[in-house]
Design a protein around this ligand. Structure first.
Ligand code: ATP
Length: 235
């Protein structure tokens, strides 16, 4: 469904991604793990059209995304939940969610999706008139995921959803990511430093080091791989 073929992405003269090839099939949960600065966020930014690759191709259902603007990429169904959540702190929960649907016009479908995210995260229903900035970190992550769902993604890109959250909240959020994947067949591409949690959730995983993919395998095999265990699972 989504294919990155030998992409090279630069910040000025600095090459952040080197010949990255990743394939994500429809309905899969795929994790990209790697240390700080490996290039994981840059991979997501490349897919979203924010830092487009200098060479190589990104294909959605076989169609190249070259030259396609970031908002058009959202309209084609690829939606990102950025690192650090970036919700609108001065808007209410409800207004944040409505912002997620700003490219859509069908009011009854928007309402249906609003009801769906409120059932996924009931806490958002009870806080619908509260300002985003006053929510806890975990609630902000829930809001950021929900806001992305309001765009009806086919592929949801998640950048470090566990960052800075307590273990219990991480567990809750990862369970809901699985639920979103199963219930609406949303394809998930997850970037994480928390390799253990990410690989427990994912079907397959990629390991990135210094801008290159160094390993790709089923999540189970990566969890059992000695190098992965030493480098990313602290064993
Ligand atoms: P983290 O988990 O810390 O976000 P990451 O794996 O997501 O790490 P990236 O943020 O993609 O890594 O960074 C990859 C490389 O690109 C790093 O060496 C980083 O310093 C560099 N980089 C990232 N953003 C920029 C930028 N805007 N300008 C210049 N270099 C950048």
């Amino acid at each position: 469904m989504l294919k990155l073929q030998n992409i090279q992405t630069y910040y000025g003269n600095i090459q952040a991604l080197k010949d990255v090839t990743i394939e994500i099939k429809e309905g899969e949960i795929v994790a990209l793990i790697g240390a700080n600065g490996a290039g994981k966020t840059t991979t997501l930014m490349s897919i979203c059209g924010i830092t487009p690759p200098r060479s190589g191709e990104i294909l959605l259902d076989g169609d190249s995304l070259k030259g396609v603007s970031a908002d058009k990429i959202v309209q084609r169904g690829i939606v990102q939940v950025p690192e650090g959540r970036r919700i609108f702190p001065d808007l209410t929960v409800l207004e944040n969610l409505e912002m997620g649907a700003f490219l859509r016009t069908n009011k009854s479908l928007i309402q249906q999706d609003l009801n769906y995210v409120m059932t996924l995260f009931p806490i958002l229903e009870s806080r619908r008139h509260q300002l985003g900035g006053t929510l806890s970190g975990g609630e902000q992550q829930m809001l950021a995921i929900s806001r992305a769902l309001m765009a009806r993604p086919r592929v949801l890109l998640l950048d470090e959803p566990s960052l800075g959250l307590a273990p219990l909240i991480i567990k809750q959020i990862f369970e809901i990511i699985r639920k979103i994947n199963k219930e609406s067949n949303t394809t998930i591409f997850l970037v994480e430093q928390n390799a253990n949690q990410a690989l427990k959730l994912a079907d397959r995983g990629y390991v990135m080091e210094n801008g290159r993919i160094t390993l790709v395998d089923s999540a189970d095999k990566l969890l059992a791989n000695d190098d992965v265990r030493k480098a990313y699972l602290g064993m």
